[in-house]
Design a protein around this ligand. Structure first.
Ligand code: SAM
Ligand code: SF4
Length: 331
């Protein structure tokens, strides 16, 4: 199928990330405020049928990869029902879920039966005290249990998202790497991005991919970059020279990858965004809830991609953080 989601810089968009809720059962400090979160009212959140219709239109325009995220997607009731609906759409080659893993043990089987195979589980540390400090909830054991249940059910690949915050997670880098190698799960270190709700980000708080690579090469095993496995994937991937596993880096701050970006995002309240850092967004919910034909949804998709900027400006003094924090956009 030809892809008609091509922006003015020639980038082809085949990757859609859908946030299905802004709610979460933990409070990672780099994403949510500790208290006083006002969630969107249920009536504002897209229904599964609305999401499915949107995805069908997007797939007809060339989207082949869909990731379900949040907030925490597993706090939304009936997620396996949505997964089943999306799995049934012909043309989706790659369906994945990003979760904090707290409720994974409980729902993994139903998700597997619904057709899900790919998981990204968010885990920054294996240390209970630091887990509590980061997420403000004492749920490490549940995440580890969720990973084990998912592994036994046969999910794969299972990747682990670890947010790299300086002066905090340095003691976790090596233990997490060993954990990933032992369990056949790729760790993906994500540089701390200016998307937190409390404005805590500064460049000095970012533990960079370069620094982590140095630590891993010195203390685990030398790393060899995997050339262009998929030039448009956000992560740069390396393999350990001893043959035991791979590791990825999403270096949005120190090595922005905007020139290869292939992603668009739908928020849980039905706004379409061409970038995680976009300031503007386009409403899709109104169209989905009117009697408008699919062609109007397609026009919004094309129009949003057409407006896409060349890239975010995290590294410039002009940078303005988006009005929505990470949990309300969908990471
Ligand atoms: N709740 C799920 C989770 O935590 O995986 C899905 C949503 S969360 C917003 C998606 C991903 O965003 C997380 O895996 C986490 O690694 C990442 N994330 C959240 N805040 C971030 C920040 N300020 N900088 C970098 N990554 C962040
Ligand atoms: Fe929740 Fe994920 Fe944000 Fe952490 S990163 S607060 S788990 S939405």
């Amino acid at each position: 199928m030809t892809n008609s989601l091509i922006d003015t810089f020639g980038r082809i968009h085949d990757n859609l990330r859908i946030s299905i809720t802004d709610r979460c059962n933990v409070r990672c400090f780099y994403c949510m405020p500790e208290e006083g979160v006002t969630y969107m009212p249920h009536a504002e959140i897209l229904t599964f049928e609305e999401i499915e219709r949107f995805v069908r239109v997007a797939v007809a325009l060339g989207v082949t990869k869909v990731r379900v995220t949040g907030g925490e997607p597993l706090v939304r009731k009936g997620l396996p029902v949505l997964i089943r609906m999306l799995s049934a759409i012909p043309g989706i080659r790659d369906l994945a879920l990003t979760t904090n893993g707290v409720l994974l043990a409980k729902h993994a089987e139903a998700l597997y039966e619904a057709g899900l195979r790919r998981l990204n589980v968010h885990l920054d540390t294996l240390d209970r005290e630091r887990f509590l400090r980061i997420t403000r909830r004492d749920e490490l054991d549940k995440v580890l249990e969720g990973l084990e249940v998912a592994r036994q059910l046969g999910f794969g690949p299972i990747k682990i998202n670890a947010v790299a915050v300086k002066n905090l997670v340095e003691p976790d880098i090596v233990p997490l790497a060993h954990f990933g190698r032992e369990h056949g799960m790729e760790i993906r270190y994500i540089e701390f991005m200016p998307l937190d709700a409390q404005g805590l980000w500064s460049r000095g708080n970012v533990l960079t991919a370069g620094e982590i690579i140095e630590t891993l090469s010195r203390e685990v095993a030398p790393l060899i970059e995997i050339p262009d496995r998929d030039a448009r994937a956000p992560a740069t991937e390396y393999r350990y020279a001893d043959g035991l596993g791979t590791v990825g880096f999403i270096a949005s701050v120190s090595r922005p990858f905007c020139l290869n970006c292939n992603r668009i995002r739908l928020t849980s309240d039905g706004k379409l965004r061409y970038c995680l850092f976009a300031i503007e967004e386009t409403d899709v919910k109104g169209v989905l809830r009117s009697l408008a034909p699919d062609e109007e949804i397609a026009a919004i998709l094309r129009g949003t991609v057409h407006k896409k900027w060349l890239g975010h400006e995290i590294n410039s003094s002009q940078f303005v953080a988006p009005p929505r924090p990470m949990y309300a956009i969908g990471g």
